[in-house]
Design a binder for this molecule. Structure first.
Ligand code: HEM
Length: 162
């Protein structure tokens, strides 16, 4: 009987985002959305995405199919909600690093299938997300967020061109 050791070994923490950092980030994140409706989520995600495109104008055309030309359109708002809900899923997997690895890898494959999506856009996305969160969260845990954002998006960034 042969055992197949195809499983990737994933630690429950890493040097960028310790278990404690992960807990802090999950707590910050969930507190922020407590009692809020999807319009707050959409507005938040939209702001971050538009800042990314502002910093990298050539990335705008990537979102043509989701009607970025009209950021208040149903298509772009639906896309913004999809992104923030998926990011929410990633954050809440910080306490299960194996599942996080799998989810991040899956997103990596989805983004790799979109020619023109490159790693620097995710770096800017992280910077803008953290900037926006810092305005909204009292006593914001900057270092934990910086490290854990890299952990959350590690497999996405590793799957797309630099
Ligand atoms: C951690 C942040 C992000 C998350 C969680 C995320 C999540 C997603 C999800 C769930 C989809 C739909 C996947 C599919 O149906 O194939 C998607 C599509 C897409 N994402 Fe991201 N994304 C993120 C950041 C970015 C960034 C920074 C860029 C580039 C600037 C980007 C570019 C795209 C594009 C071009 C699409 C396809 C849009 C379309 O439907 O035409 N994403 N993203």
């Amino acid at each position: 009987m042969g055992a197949i050791f195809a499983d990737v070994h994933v630690e429950d923490h890493d040097e960028l985002c310790s278990g404690g950092d992960g807990n802090i980030v999950v707590e910050d994140w969930n507190q922020l959305w407590e009692g809020s409706d999807s319009s707050f989520r959409i507005a938040f995600a939209k702001e971050v995405l538009l800042e990314v495109v502002n910093a990298h104008p050539e990335a705008k055309e990537l979102f043509h199919a989701v009607n970025i030309e009209d950021p208040n359109s149903g298509e772009f708002e639906a896309h913004s909600l999809r992104i923030i809900n998926t990011f929410d899923l990633l954050v809440n997997l910080l306490q299960d690093r194996h599942a996080l690895h799998e989810a991040s890898l899956h997103l990596g494959h989805q983004h790799a299938a979109r020619p023109g999506v490159v790693a620097k856009y995710f770096k800017t996305f992280g910077q803008e997300l953290i900037k926006a969160l810092a305005h909204l969260i009292d006593d914001f845990h900057f270092i934990a967020w910086k490290g854990c954002f890299k952990t959350l998006t590690k497999e996405i960034v590793g799957s797309i061109p630099e």
